[in-house]
Write a protein that binds this ligand. Structure first.
Ligand SMILES: [Zn+2]
Length: 119
């Protein structure tokens, strides 16, 4: 499988989207998605959300790891390798995760202070 779609766009440039897992073309240019695209057009022309297929697995255990992940995601979105709507959804989850990490750190600190006060 090639890293980018083999299609040439109307402007004569190579398509920069990621190909589907089972194709050398992206969702837009693949013949395998013709039926889906027809259905999509019937539903008011809403385009199917394309999913980034080669996103590296990243550990998200600390705020700094999450920051790296966000930067990676922003770059993917700007290079049109990831749908903005997916990025928005993931961003919401990341904010929840950051809040959870922060609360867990505060809880740990409180526990340490309590131990010192009791002893
Ligand atoms: Zn393409």
């Amino acid at each position: 499988m090639s890293k980018i779609c083999k299609a040439i766009t109307k402007s004569g440039k190579s398509c920069r989207m990621l190909p589907l897992k089972s194709d050398v073309y992206c969702y837009i240019h693949s013949n395998k998605t013709v039926e889906e695209k027809k259905i999509s057009l019937r539903n008011g022309g809403k385009r199917k959300v394309y999913i980034c297929t080669d996103f590296p697995e990243v550990k998200l255990k600390s705020v700094s790891q999450i920051n790296k992940f966000i930067v990676l995601m922003i770059n993917k979105i700007l290079k049109n390798e990831m749908d903005l709507r997916i990025g928005t959804g993931i961003n919401y989850l990341l904010m929840t995760l950051i809040k959870s990490i922060e609360l867990s750190e505060i809880e740990q600190r409180l526990n340490q202070i309590e131990k010192k006060l009791i002893n």
